[in-house]
Design a protein around this ligand. Structure first.
Ligand code: COA
Length: 173
């Protein structure tokens, strides 16, 4: 069973280096997760500092998977929604370092994210992911429902448009 942790803002600030490495590795591995190549660990720092601030304000739940003292996987739930949708959370940035894939970390991170989202009152989660990516194949295995595809929604990190598939999952009754 991997060590899955829900981070405080202080925890997150103490793990910035690991989080930057994970994000940079995923972008360099071709994942369409918001950033373009070339993308080094240092480029990821402002992003993760912003996430830590968002954890501090309560707008984001941030989880990590730790192996041998190092965060090698992560996922977020965006929790701050408009007043008419307090029950919804946005599942974001499921990222596992290439060196740690295929060991069930994503599954454990997603299960923990769902538990934490339910704990703060969320009953519906939504996510989008690049159509044709490894991640797209995983979500149905974890009980997510595919809604449909938005063409040319984003770009691959090396350039060129990529479609995006939207998923949702009800997580509590
Ligand atoms: C998607 C990603 C998070 C998966 O991480 P992982 O830790 O290797 O995944 P797991 O080992 O937990 O696998 C979870 C399930 O998906 C399956 N799976 C894993 N990789 C797969 C692949 N490439 N194709 C199909 N299924 C796959 C596993 O068999 C497992 O299913 P099971 O539990 O029913 O046996 C990882 O590949 C990654 O970080 N990709 C780049 C970033 C990205 O695209 N993130 C998504 C942003 S929305």
């Amino acid at each position: 069973m991997p060590d899955i942790r829900l981070l405080s803002a202080a925890d997150a600030r103490g793990m910035l280096s690991d989080l930057c490495d994970v994000l940079a590795d995923c972008v360099n591995g071709g994942a369409s997760v918001g950033f373009m190549q070339p993308y080094g660990s240092a480029d990821a720092l402002p992003y993760w500092q912003g996430v830590a601030d968002s954890v501090e304000s309560g707008a984001t739940l941030l989880l990590v998977a730790v192996i041998e003292g190092r965060a090698v996987g992560t996922v977020q739930v965006g929790a701050a929604q408009m007043p008419n949708q307090p029950h919804r959370g946005d599942l974001k940035k499921l990222l596992v370092h290439r060196s740690a894939r295929g060991k069930g970390l994503a599954r454990h991170l997603m299960e923990a994210a769902e538990r934490e989202a339910a704990r703060i009152g969320k009953t519906l989660l939504v996510l989008d992911t690049a159509t044709g990516s490894d991640a797209e194949a995983i979500y149905p295995r974890l009980g997510w429902q595919r809604v449909g595809v938005v063409p040319d929604y984003a770009m691959w990190p090396g350039g060129g448009f990529c479609d995006t598939t939207i998923f949702y999952k009800r997580i509590a009754g």
